[in-house]
Design a protein around this ligand. Structure first.
Ligand code: TRP
Length: 453
């Protein structure tokens, strides 16, 4: 088999188109909403350190493996895996990577869309001046009211799902590219402005210390698992999203350079978000471990007080919604393309079916914030369970399987052919990390979290 299959869905117009789309997928709610709140819940610095180590030692190598496999197979994750199994003479069991990835994407999008809906609703709140001059207490109860209202949550979740499915129906390589090209840099600039504003607050130093001064006594085994799971989540790894984007990648592009670039951009955004948020948390006497509402209860305080806050606040939630949008697309793309390729469906019909299924599933998350908030399993609500199962279990397992497949089962010649970077130190480092370090670390972190070691 040659590595030069053409994807039936076209190719990216350039290397940059791929970088933008993959960055669009990576940078999203994970960076701005999830990273700060799980950092707050898990005690700060030590957690951040583990997260950074996981990005560098596991995330980047697995991202390279995932892109490489995608480009080799040039298809949806399931079909890519089946081609790669044939090429390497491996058992078709490995197709499970594609199946479980498709399921993970669907499950993640079902709650991701609800949270993105919060962001959309905050666009309206910001623009109508709800936060002008408001204090922490008002903003906290405003957020509480949103969560308590299934109708409002449903409305915004529906809007977000419709927006997502419209783009997916048109095909990811059209349109999205242009939007991401200027929205991502804008989001970046705005975060820098927010950090600048946070610097003017009394508690900036405390925020920095919280984020970067490790206190290992606050880190639990479960916290380590969450940090590792988040490295997968934030880089969109382990479910085939990056694999399918890799399928559209032109043959000559350097996988190593692009992967590092994407990971650095993604991590920078998360750290900036942390630097903007924690000073507000401490200056207003709020609780860093406030949970999923953290950014929605803190940033509006700053927008309510800062000069031009109405403008910046509105812009911020618009850009956050966009970032969520370009991520959401990649979560459902594998399922839609699979329906098109394997079930012979029209793309539009595939989108309607996948969209409705995800939308319905999202209702569970909506209700878990109000009507069924007391229904718990392992002390977790429906939303918490979904998040935990996908980010901390399914994605690392998917990544583990990809690492093993790429480094132990694929013919070396095929791997080298795709990477096209010779056998120098970069390749050797990748090979070592993906073959030994990543699998062993993932397994140890799992065993540690369940108390077996
Ligand atoms: N990485 C995105 C974020 O941080 C979420 C996301 C998009 C994702 N596609 C994914 C997570 C695929 C896991 C797998 O917001």
């Amino acid at each position: 088999m040659s590595g030069n299959h053409e994807s039936i869905h076209g190719l990216w117009s350039s290397r940059w188109a791929f970088i933008l789309a993959a960055t669009g997928s990576a940078v999203g709610l994970g960076n701005i909403w999830k990273f700060p709140y799980i950092t707050g819940e898990n005690g700060g610095g030590a957690f951040v350190l583990v997260y950074l180590i996981c990005i560098a030692g596991i995330g980047i190598p697995i991202m390279m493996a995932e892109v490489m496999m995608g480009r080799r197979g040039r298809s949806t994750p399931i079909n890519t895996m089946s081609r790669l199994c044939v090429e390497s003479g491996s058992s078709r069991v490995w197709k499970l990577i594609g199946w479980s990835g498709m399921l993970a994407g669907f499950l993640i999008l079902s709650f991701y869309s609800v949270i993105a809906g919060w962001s959309l609703s905050y666009v309206l709140d910001s623009i109508t001046g709800t936060f002008s001059g408001a204090d922490a207490e008002f903003i906290g109860s405003h957020f509480g009211n949103l969560l308590a209202s299934p109708g409002a949550l449903l409305f915004w979740h529906t809007l977000f799902m419709v927006m997502t499915m419209i783009v997916v129906a048109r095909g990811v390589e059209h349109g999205l590219e242009k939007a991401v090209r200027f929205l991502m840099p804008s989001l970046f600039v705005l975060l820098v402005i927010m950090v600048g504003y946070a610097m003017s607050m009394g508690e900036f130093a405390r925020g920095v210390e919280f984020l970067f001064k490790p206190d290992f006594s606050k880190l639990t085994a479960n916290g380590v698992l969450i940090a590792m799971g988040h490295a997968f989540f934030t880089l969109s790894l382990g479910m085939g999203a990056i694999m399918i984007y890799g399928a559209y990648l032109p043959a000559k592009t350097s996988i190593a350079k692009t992967s590092v670039l994407i990971a650095v951009a993604d991590t920078t955004v998360a750290l900036l978000a942390g630097l903007a948020i924690f000073p507000i948390v401490f200056s207003n006497g709020l609780e860093p471990g406030a949970g999923p509402g953290l950014i929605f209860q803190t940033l509006p305080i700053a927008f309510g007080q800062m000069p031009g806050g109405l403008f910046f606040g509105t812009l911020f939630f618009v850009l956050l919604s966009f970032a969520a949008w370009s991520s959401a697309i990649s979560l459902i793309e594998p399922a839609v393309t699979w329906l098109v390729e394997n079930r012979g469906m029209e793309r539009f019909k595939a989108c309607v079916i996948a969209g409705i299924a995800t939308w319905l599933m999202g209702i569970g998350t909506i209700l878990s914030f109000n009507i069924i908030s007391e229904v718990k399993l392992f002390d977790k609500t429906f939303f918490d369970l979904l998040d935990y199962l996908t980010a901390n279990i399914m994605l690392p397992l998917g990544g583990l399987a990809m690492a093993i497949f790429a480094a132990w089962l694929m013919p070396k010649i095929a791997v080298k052919d795709e990477f096209n970077m010779g056998e120098g130190i970069a390749y050797q480092t990748w090979y070592f990390l993906v073959r030994y370090v990543a699998p062993v670390t993932v397994i140890i972190v799992f065993l540690n979290a369940v108390g077996l070691i």
